[in-house]
Design a protein around this ligand. Sequence first.
Ligand SMILES: C[S@@+](CC[C@H](N)C(=O)[O-])C[C@H]1O[C@@H](n2cnc3c(N)ncnc32)[C@H](O)[C@@H]1O
Length: 330
Amino acid sequence: MFKYLTRSVRLTSRALTHYNYASSSSSSGSGKNSTGGQLVAVTKAMEGWSQKLQDAGVSDTEFNLKCIVSHVLKRKFNTVPDNFSQLHFDQKQLADFERFLEARCARMPLQHIIGEWDFLDITLKTAPTVFIPRPETEEFVRLVIENYKNVKHVNMLEVGCGSGAMSLSILHALPRVEATAIERSKAATVLAAENAKLLGLQDRFQVHNHTMEEDQYMPEPLKDKKYDLIISNPPYVKTEEFQFLHPEVVVYENLNALDGGSDGLRVARLVFDLACRHLHSGGKLWLELGNEHPPLVKTIMHLKYEGRLNFVGSYYDQYKRERFVQIEKV
Ligand SMILES: C[S@@+](CC[C@H](N)C(=O)[O-])C[C@H]1O[C@@H](n2cnc3c(N)ncnc32)[C@H](O)[C@@H]1O
């Protein structure tokens, strides 16, 4: 129906290629490791789990199992054979494997179990309650990068940066961009700053823990700042649609990251007002929204923002859903 229902636990094969550690598993069939501990064949440890995952409602169980085996063995996903032959767990790994699978049966997202995730060309740490970046957002970011790749200098603001996925992948791709973000969740603010540091992007990224509200759009130090570009993937799920969300989302995501109010545009409307105040003339606002929203946004621009903001255009995601909009400050 919409992205949170269908894409909540999708992984790409590239997503796991960063597990570039030496294998800590034995590849012999000896049954004991070098310190004399008992080894268990991975194929044996896996018995029954595929069914348990299915019973818990997890789809793509083989993929989930392989992700967790790779994670436990600290091996690249692509180096783990599909039949798991010759692989063994020591007792600690076996306990971890079972713990992670119990968590997956309780519908904890793989991203939280594994603790990090790839987004375009960067790897981000994940943290409980912080929004997990979605594959469609990669498409949105690609669009923005394409539009700004030849621009000399860009001063960008992101509203609601979560883990930092959008800003940090743009900074990684475009060395002439500087980014400031505001984010209402303390945990997300800390995580985005940490991800910036891990990626060596901290000199071009600052994040402020601030909740954008009417008449308090920006934190005090940014009150007079203007930007060339504002991006946001605001919460846009209609409140009535929460009943359709997967447990991975309802139980493990922060609902402040999702709830867009009755029409899904409650936070987006605040972003429009913020853009009026904080974009340079000719500056752009790019938004990722739900597939019903772009025509609505076009109407809102005509009715409420004429002479201040112009609707430039909308763009489709890979599922042919109209999802992304570009708006210009007059
Ligand atoms: C859908 S998530 C997007 C996160 C990130 N940009 C991404 O694409 O992965 C929306 C984010 O906006 C934040 N947020 C929601 N309302 C906000 C507000 N009024 N002011 C600042 N941040 C807000 C949420 O905490 C959440 O991190």
